[in-house]
Design a binder for this molecule. Sequence first.
Ligand code: PAF
Length: 284
Amino acid sequence: MAGSPQIVRTVPDLRARVAAWRAAGETVAMVPTMGALHAGHLSLVKLGLERASHVVASIFVNPAQFAPHEDFDAYPRGEGRDAALLGEAGCALIFAPGVAQMYPPGFATRVAVDGVSGPLEGEKRPQFFGGVATVVAKLLIQCGPDVALFGEKDYQQLLVIKRMARDLDLPTEIIGGPTVREADGLAMSSRNAYLSVEERKTAALVPVVMAQAVERLRAGVAAEAVEAEAIARLEAAGFGPVDYVQAHDGETMERLGPGPVGAGARLFVAAWLGKTRLIDNWAV
Ligand code: PAF
């Protein structure tokens, strides 16, 4: 049902609203976000409404998943715009806690997920998955949804959250939603807002390079060669550094190659364009 979503900022208020729905026999989906919403987030709200009576979206720029040198302060924020978009998409409730609500003085717990969080983002951003797993565990415990939805654009994050929810026996089904892309194929991301007009044109090369690399992997070309070619093409277009172009198993995140890769492989990319770090992944 479209309309202005109610905004709550405390865990008791969130729980009271969810309890009222539960008392009426209704179900709940949660879409955790850091705000700066785009069509990718809204597609998750739509998926949530297919799975539950109500969708709760959280908006919280989580300091625990940013390293001190990263873009926590610069991360785009705009609660009014986000609330309007969520309302149009049919979201009923927004949970927008402050930092003190999520991390009160003395907060000392961190959720660490081994295995799937090891490579790629785990190597490049060592603080990231601990911060994500901690905040998502808290959000799911605070809200208690039947299902929670996360975009496949952050595919490794989705695997980390699935593993965490299973390992901690959280009674929430974790569902991935397909990556939503701009007309030229660039994966939607809140951080695309950092790109200059020129950089935005160059960024469109990422899906082109990835699509061709995936075709080469499907044709049986060795992963090592495909990855090196893709990195060279991105660098030649002005990307740098290219943090990685790597094939990994889409369930275990085990590194694949150097030879041809088989079924279940996924190709991951992370590359800087000026001050913007773009990530994407494609199923092989
Ligand atoms: O993908 C994001 O926006 C964030 O990492 C998440 C899952 C909301 C946790 O802060």
